[in-house]
Design a protein. Structure first.
Length: 473
């Protein structure tokens, strides 16, 4: 493995996760101290966040190094240059340090250099200039350097990281304005999850502005250090809206770390935003070079990418091709986790996608956190839920039909831990009938899977299936 820095990298959203966990600690401490909660949170943040951030970075580096050592991986630190393969089909990877360079021979190469926060010169259809030189303008990576909480922040973006920061900062008492296109608001999420998240944003007083209707027309730093963002009126005659904020966070996309390695010279095609072009098996246009994770340009619209869990699946697929040819040619369904407040997680198909793929055969069941004692105590009893998506598979001969699980979605405390059970169920192709008959520990959130399965079976027009019938007897 060749790494550019000794500190190593981490999952794309590591910074936002560190900010979230720090926020949870700060809120709990402020509630225990009493007094003016907002003042306490601002004071505690300034005192504790820098050390917490350093702790998270150190532990991430230690974990990575420990895994390398455990697996017997040789590690080289330095700048990298891939030299074109020779007549024998052998590559050389040149690794350079300030004092010397070494050349490593290789038959196969896998690019896993990830991505970085995009810093576009302009934003919006009007191509409004972004003053990156201003102290009050930052990107998602720069949030790790925010030692003092802003009183008001505007976030440009509609993806996972933008929504994570919006909910976390609102929890800390920061006034948040979210500037995003309506059709770009987490489009991969099921409709019920998006609606509930929007309600939570409204409850937490996060202002959401549709930049399609109200485009950004000005971003500038004022003499007092504050940032001035102006939105056009949504219709003729409506006044422009001026947002005076302490911090502008741009979270509108990421650029791949594909430069400075000589990929183009080696015959690797580079696409938009520096992303490496790959096929369904993650092969680049240069035979012998693969790419995985955030650095790739997904070959199809529904190809899993952009998440750490998807990158792990990419790595397994490449490893299978290199060392177990013919073993695995498909990517398993990887969970999607949003570290918003509340947490949101999904795996497999949404109800909408399932209905489009299996029209007339989709059955859904929902269990709410309030249906379990543990859920009622979590604080998300009113809105938390587990939703299962299943497809009716007719039987053949003596075999009875069953409802096969194809997707799961969860909103609420612990959702990002609970989803792993749903991921196992979806990837193993379990049925609602099997879930209905499986013993679950009492008074646990995991038991909501069984409640959701039974709700789906009760409402199914195809009947309960053999497993559910046996359970009812």
């Amino acid at each position: 493995v060749v790494e550019r820095k000794r500190a190593f990298g981490g999952p794309t959203g590591l910074t936002s996760k560190a900010v979230r966990e720090a926020a949870e600690r700060v809120v709990r401490a402020a509630e225990q101290l009493g007094g003016d909660k907002r003042k306490q949170m601002r004071r505690l943040w300034a005192l504790n966040f820098p050390s917490f951030k350093s702790e998270a970075e150190v532990f991430q580096a230690l974990e990575t190094r420990r895994r390398y050592l455990s697996a017997g991986v040789d590690l080289f630190i330095g700048g990298t240059q891939i030299l074109p393969n020779d007549e024998c089909g052998q590559f050389k990877v040149r690794v350079c340090r300030p004092t010397h360079c070494v050349e490593l021979p290789a038959k196969r190469i896998c690019i896993a250099t990830g991505s970085r926060a995009a810093n576009p010169e302009t934003v919006g259809e009007q191509r409004v200039r972004v003053p990156w030189e201003a102290k009050g303008v930052t990107d998602s990576s720069g949030m790790s350097n925010i030692s003092e909480l802003p009183r008001a922040v505007a976030i440009i973006g509609s993806g996972v990281i933008a929504l994570e920061y919006a909910t976390v900062l609102a929890r800390l008492g920061v006034g948040v304005s979210l500037l995003c296109a309506e059709d770009g608001f987490l489009p991969f999420l099921a409709g019920d999850l998006r609606r509930r998240l929007r309600r939570r944003l409204q409850r937490d007083r996060v202002q959401v502005f549709d930049t399609t209707a109200r485009p950004i027309s000005l971003v500038e730093e004022r003499s007092d250090g504050r940032v001035h963002v102006v939105l056009d009126g949504a219709h003729e005659g409506q006044k422009k809206l001026a947002l005076r904020i302490d911090l502008l966070l741009y979270s509108g996309g990421r650029d791949a770390n594909s430069g400075e390695m000589g990929l183009a010279a080696a015959g690797v095609e580079i696409g938009k935003y520096g992303r490496v072009v790959v096929d369904q098996l993650l092969r680049t246009t240069c035979d012998g070079i693969y790419a995985i994770g955030d650095v790739i340009q997904p070959p199809t619209k529904d190809f899993p990418a952009g998440l750490a869990s998807a990158a792990v699946q990419h790595g397994r697929l490449v490893a299978d091709q290199l060392f177990c040819p013919g073993y695995n040619k498909e990517l398993a369904s990887a969970p999607t986790t949003l570290w918003t407040l509340p947490e949101i997680s999904t795996v497999g198909l949404t109800p909408e996608a399932a209905e489009a793929t299996y029209p007339g055969r989709v059955v859904c069941g929902t269990a709410f956190y309030r249906d379990a004692a543990r859920g009622r105590l979590s604080g998300d009893g009113d809105e938390g839920f587990v939703r299962l998506v299943a497809v009716w598979q007719p039987g053949a001969g003596v075999r009875r039909g069953e409802h096969v699980l194809v997707g799961a979605g969860i909103l609420g405390a612990g959702a990002n831990e609970l989803i792993q059970l749903g991921s196992l169920q979806v990837n193993l192709g379990l049925s609602l009938e099997q879930l209905s008959c499986t013993p679950f520990a009492a008074v646990t959130l995991s038991g909501l899977y069984q409640v959701a399965a039974e709700e789906a079976l009760k409402g199914s027009p195809f009947g309960g299936g053999a497993g559910a019938a046996g359970a009812r007897q």
